[in-house]
Write a protein that binds this ligand. Structure first.
Ligand code: SF4
Length: 147
């Protein structure tokens, strides 16, 4: 059993979470790292609190108290318009302050967003391949299934 916390981008706070929870169930995207027969429990789900993401300083603590062992930063932080400029800071803060490993990504990147972003200079500048490589190397058919 692994317990996870999910932090989403506040720009999408009205999102129903369908893609994230589907990916969790099907073990795709950021959840592909977990075996299909390994139970996963969501120990916490919240947003960053709005730019510049002040909630990220405190909410992982509550998730940790509830048993979270890993924090997933939602895929919306990678493919939002623009991508979250604080991805690296969030990852470093959570890992160092709260002692929880961070995975960048929840559901697979929808193909239409991937093709819209992959050649954009600011996406390359953000070096997404380093921080969100698992999502970027997802099989294209899987991405298309999330359009
Ligand atoms: S862009 Fe980043 S800091 Fe701004 S609302 Fe989204 S996740 Fe939060």
């Amino acid at each position: 059993m692994t317990r996870i916390g999910i932090i989403t981008c506040s720009r999408y706070q009205s999102c129903g979470g369908g893609k994230c929870f589907r990916a969790l169930r099907e073990r795709t995207g950021g959840f592909a790292r977990y075996a299909k027969d390994e139970p996963l429990e969501v120990a916490g789900h919240s947003s960053c609190g709005g730019c510049p993401g002040g909630n990220v300083e405190s909410v992982p603590e509550e998730m940790k108290k509830n048993g979270a062992q890993v924090i997933h930063l939602a895929t919306g932080l990678v493919v939002g318009y623009p991508p979250c400029p604080h991805l690296r800071e969030f990852k470093e803060l959570i890992e160092q302050k709260h002692g929880l490993p961070v995975v960048v990504g929840t559901h697979p990147i929808p193909l239409k967003y991937f093709t819209a972003h992959e050649h954009l200079s600011f996406w390359k500048k953000a070096d997404m391949d380093t921080i969100a490589g698992e999502l970027l190397r997802e099989e294209k058919g899987m991405m298309a299934a999330h359009d």
